[in-house]
Design a protein around this ligand. Sequence first.
Ligand SMILES: NC(=O)c1ccc[n+]([C@@H]2O[C@H](COP(=O)([O-])OP(=O)(O)OC[C@H]3O[C@@H](n4cnc5c(N)ncnc54)[C@H](OP(=O)(O)O)[C@@H]3O)[C@@H](O)[C@H]2O)c1
Length: 375
Amino acid sequence: MSKKPVVVYGASGYTGRLVCEYLREYNIPFIAAGRSRERLDASMKSNVAGIETADYEIAEVAHNVDALTKLFQGASVVLNTVGPFSKFGPEVVQACLAAKCHYTDTTGEQDWLILLDNEYGARFAAAGLLLAPGIAQMYTTGEIAAQLCLDTPGLDTLDIAVFWGGSPTIASTQTILVNAATSKAYHLQQRQLVEWQADAGLYQLAIPGQHEMALALPWGGTSHPIWFRRDPRVANVKVLGGVFNKPLMLGVPKIVEAALKATEGMNSDDRYAALAQTAAGVMNTMPPRENPRINKSVDSVHAQGPLGRAHCVIYGNSNYKQTGLLQAYAAQALLQGAQKKVGFASGCQAFGHHELLGVLRSFGLVQKPVLTVHD
Ligand SMILES: NC(=O)c1ccc[n+]([C@@H]2O[C@H](COP(=O)([O-])OP(=O)(O)OC[C@H]3O[C@@H](n4cnc5c(N)ncnc54)[C@H](OP(=O)(O)O)[C@@H]3O)[C@@H](O)[C@H]2O)c1
């Protein structure tokens, strides 16, 4: 039997399952891979709608470069959902290079993007492969809004807000905490990465669509400053975001501060283990399937230049579904050879913002963007 062209690594997770669900809708054969055959099998059978009509197989694999390379050989695209990516990503990226596969993941970790851009981008480009970390609701949907603003020439500054409703998953909680406790957060100022003040606490934000102020954090800096740092149109990018749940937002800086104190002086492995344990204390169960009436997203971008302004808001729902769908579409486009770039690229740079917006719209996950332009 010929090799299936797409590997979903971490398919037993909340996001991996949704990627599989949308691969089925695109009729793309895939391998559902991960560390436990039993969990993968149970996940596919109980959590992936319509799985009985999908063309897939299950692969249990050890998390090391040799085993992953062997699994990826003969496939074309690897969709990685095993995070935190700064912890678990390097083996998967190296295996993709060795097996000559395109790489995408669902990260929102700025430090991981910087590492991939600096260390692996040129090698993927030389191999004719795409390296696209962060094809996910955070922050591709906001990137679409930013790109819609930048369709108006003469704007150089992006002020971005990213908000969502619902519970982070187990790995998302761990990723948020590990990222906040171990990495710096940067924004882009006159084309330079500048560090956010680490102890500035919560920011009050006026976000569209509600009268109540929202509480926000730099959320690790986010992906946008890295994606836009080589865009000749853009000089400044600042992003703030969070969840609509205010008690949770109020708790985040306290949890991070306590975790930093408790792990002071530890080596990186012990520190990761301690942070993972703290994260498990916050969230240790699989959240329910998303409900569009509860799980909402708002991505808002104010763009300005010396003589022009644009504002774009994208209201959406089901953040994790948006992520699953964007990943499946990335695989579909790569299998058709329809990518616009190789090497390090964002979702919009690789596949086009109008195309990605069309995908999210056609599956009912975002409203028509509200775009206002004054030029
Ligand atoms: N940017 C965004 O908008 C966005 C959206 C969705 C997800 N994400 C990110 O994507 C990642 C996954 O999220 P999720 O929702 O799928 O979390 P999840 O439900 O907790 O799933 C985590 C997956 O990773 C696997 N895994 C965990 N530790 C592993 C290890 N040591 N070796 C191999 N596999 C391991 C798990 O396997 P088992 O089932 O065997 O435990 C599971 O398949 C997180 O980092 C999250 O932050 C980001």
